[in-house]
Design a protein around this ligand. Structure first.
Ligand code: NAD
Ligand code: MG
Length: 395
């Protein structure tokens, strides 16, 4: 029986994780569930999965959750605030941590799980983008098992030999082929993107996901963040990663070897597959995903991405090349810009504008690896700068 903490349990990945957990009551015991402010959904999840702890980051929502659970026998202990996330991620009863909080808000708890030597199932890609060196080092030094949940990285992990910790060149890997659906605007004329609404941007053709990552997929910033994520996870550089637009989202990524072999992982676009892979690893467990029907799919298409249509992809390449704090600034500015777009304060094409202006104003500097303070300081400064750029656009 493995104790599991699901951080961000009310979100898209969190709900899929609990679906897999519910299929294996003899294997997994839920120790903690956490959410930002959706007390109602967290209360339902508590009644079904009976965790020992329920964390609400928002204090008012924590009060609401306590009231909602007042009549529950063996109700979980309700904890509040961001520090409580760190506490449950490192708790001694927890073996596996699903890090499924969106954005840099998930950094501290992801790092806490790595420092505590847990099996860290990482969906929260922003944590790696912001503090990749610290997170990878913490996992290595404390014996944590870091397993990627992002479908592409989970696919790459499955296509690499078990010794991939040495880095890609050591095992005869030529390059990674990172697949991308291209998002909802892969065929839209670039001049029409200025009119895109939040509803259009979050309507992904193949995947059902949270709002932030859906917008990132539409701008292809998501693929840019994934390039940086892959560099940390697989100890490689952007030159060894090729983005391949593959509109069916059946191949989740590939690894090309020096002998000419290309290994791919295929499946229906359903996040329960990578989630179950990480939960069952090194074994395999049932995920509730329909078997792949190749005859129904019939064909697989591949094409290069169009960088002129996706300036955010170019900005992510720039941040990866500049290194240091550049990915921190990229990520923070993107979080602010996407939030402003979803609130209808700025337009879709303003997202790249805000990110680029913020990067221009805050040049990359080397990261101080002695702790998180430097990274968190740069993150906060980039958020302030991006908010000013948003305000200037609105004025
Ligand atoms: P979501 O918006 O559906 O859910 C986010 C979760 O995080 C919710 O439970 C929410 O309560 C919690 N949360 C939000 N802000 C928080 C804060 N400030 N502090 C603490 N908790 C907070 O997002 P999602 O689509 O499930 O994505 C989660 C992460 O997984 C993201 O990093 C995303 O990039 C990554 N990811 C998601 C998918 C997918 O299919 N949804 C695929 C690959 C990677
Ligand atoms: Mg992905």
């Amino acid at each position: 029986m493995k104790g599991i903490a699901v951080l961000g349990s009310t979100g898209s990945i969190g709900v899929s994780t609990l679906d897999v957990v519910g299929r294996h009551p003899e294997r997994f015991r839920v120790v903690a569930l956490t959410a930002h402010r959706n007390a109602e959904r967290l209360a339902e999840q508590c009644r079904r999965f009976r965790p020992a702890y329920a964390v609400m980051v928002d204090a008012d929502a924590a009060d609401r959750l306590s009231r909602l659970l007042a009549d529950m026998p063996d109700a979980p202990e309700v904890l509040r605030g961001a520090e409580a996330l760190v506490g449950v991620a490192a708790h001694e009863d927890v073996d596996y941590v699903m890090a499924a909080i969106v954005g840099a808000a998930g950094l501290m708890s992801s790092l806490a799980a790595a420092r505590a030597g847990k099996r860290l199932m990482l969906a929260n890609k922003e944590a790696l983008v912001v503090a990749g060196a610290l997170l990878i080092d913490a996992a290595r030094e404390n014996g944590a098992t870091l397993l990627p949940i992002d479908s592409e990285h989970n696919a790459i992990f499955q296509c690499l030999p078990p010794t991939h910790e040495q880095g890609l060149p050591a095992v005869g890997v030529e390059r990674i082929l990172l697949t991308a659906s291209g998002g909802p605007f892969r065929d839209a004329p670039p001049e029409t993107l200025v009119n895109v609404t939040p509803e259009q941007a979050v309507a992904h053709p193949n995947w059902s996901m949270g709002r932030k990552i859906s917008v990132d997929s539409a701008t292809m910033m998501n693929k840019g963040l994934e390039i940086i994520e892959a560099c940390w996870l697989f100890n490689t550089s952007p030159e060894r990663i090729q983005v391949v637009v593959h509109r069916q989202s059946v191949i989740h990524s590939m690894v090309q070897y020096t002998d000419g072999s290309v290994l791919a992982q295929l499946g229906n676009p359903d996040m329960r597959t990578p989630i179950a892979h990480a939960m069952g690893w090194p074994g395999r467990i049932e995920a509730g995903v329909a078997p792949l029907d190749l005859f129904a799919i019939a064909r697989l298409d591949f094409e290069p991405p169009a960088p002129e249509r996706f300036p955010c992809l170019r900005l992510a390449y720039r941040a990866a090349a500049e290194g240091g704090t550049a990915p921190v600034v990229l990520n923070a500015a993107n979080e602010i810009a996407v939030g402003a777009f979803l609130e209808r304060h700025i337009g879709f094409t303003d997202i790249a504008r805000v990110v680029e202006q913020t990067m221009d104003l805050l040049p990359a500097e080397p990261v101080d690896l002695s702790g998180l303070d430097h990274v968190l300081g740069v993150d906060a400064a980039a958020r302030r700068t991006a908010e000013q750029r948003v305000a200037a656009l609105v004025a």
